[in-house]
Ligand binder design. Structure first.
Ligand code: PGA
Length: 247
């Protein structure tokens, strides 16, 4: 049985004060949640949000990480720094990192290994663009991303992976994949995971991401291979994200 996992990706939104205020407002709304929940704020808000979430069932996540332990990498943050700040999760290979900042699968694979080495767990994002979908290349693109991004998962850690299928054309556009369309991609990903990780594949959670809202969450989450959601815009409001958690 895979425990449902809802993660908020705040992207470049919310000050430290706003993050703390969100926690105060949000926590009472989901106090009874049986699902796993995490929030990924911008780096400067990590510590304060971590304190605000302490003792609650909500985990702290980072939106990005570098794969090296330290060094001359201006603007980057090391895995151990995120662990020290209280992160349990790190979003790796988000499409905005891939497309706006040029991250390639090999770099993402090294990040995945580094996140595990630092005692955290990655949420690894994959997904096709609209052009790729219209060219009938969705599965081929996903396969390439999975092959590349999951090339260095340390042995014994496969079941701790979380994947996020996020079709790029659905992110921030209000255009959600249909539940059937999303399930089809998730089933393909599950099949790939089975080929790569054998029995552990059944334990790996696959989140759907891309314009998940309170109104469409329930039918997406009802699909057999959709084990949670990675939520951007709709996670910025406490009641909206709480409604998705409760969906
Ligand atoms: P969205 O973003 O929910 O705003 O579409 C999802 C994501 O990019 O993780």
């Amino acid at each position: 049985m895979r425990r449902r996992f809802l993660a908020a990706n705040w992207k470049m939104h919310k000050s430290i004060a706003e993050a703390v205020a969100f926690a105060k407002d949000f926590l009472p709304r989901i106090a009874w949640a049986e699902h796993e929940v995490a929030i990924a704020p911008p780096f400067p808000a990590l510590s304060a949000l971590g304190h605000a979430l302490a003792g609650s069932p909500v985990a702290l996540a980072a939106q990005n990480v570098h794969d090296e332990a330290q060094g001359a990498f201006t603007g980057e943050v090391a895995p151990s720094m995120l662990a020290e700040a209280g992160c349990q999760w790190v979003i790796v290979g988000h499409s905005e990192r891939r497309h706006l900042f040029g991250e390639r699968d090999a770099f993402i694979a090294r990040k995945v290994a580094a996140v595990f080495a630092a005692g955290m767990r990655p949420i690894v994002c994959v997904g096709e663009t609209l052009d790729e979908r219209e060219a009938g290349r969705t599965f081929a693109v996903l396969e390439t991303q999975l092959d590349g991004s999951l090339a260095d998962v340390p042995s014994g850690h496969a079941a701790d992976l979380v994947l996020a299928y996020e079709p790029v054309w659905a992110i921030g556009t209000g255009r959600t994949a249909t539940p059937d369309g999303a399930q089809e991609a998730h089933a393909m990903i599950r099949g790939w995971l089975r080929g790569r990780f054998a029995d552990d594949a059944g334990a790996i959670r696959i989140q759907y991401g891309g314009s998940v809202k309170p109104d469409n969450a329930a039918e997406l989450l009802a699909q057999p291979d959709i084990d949670g959601a990675l939520v951007g815009g709709a996670s910025l409001d406490p009641e909206s994200f709480a409604r998705i958690v409760r969906a």
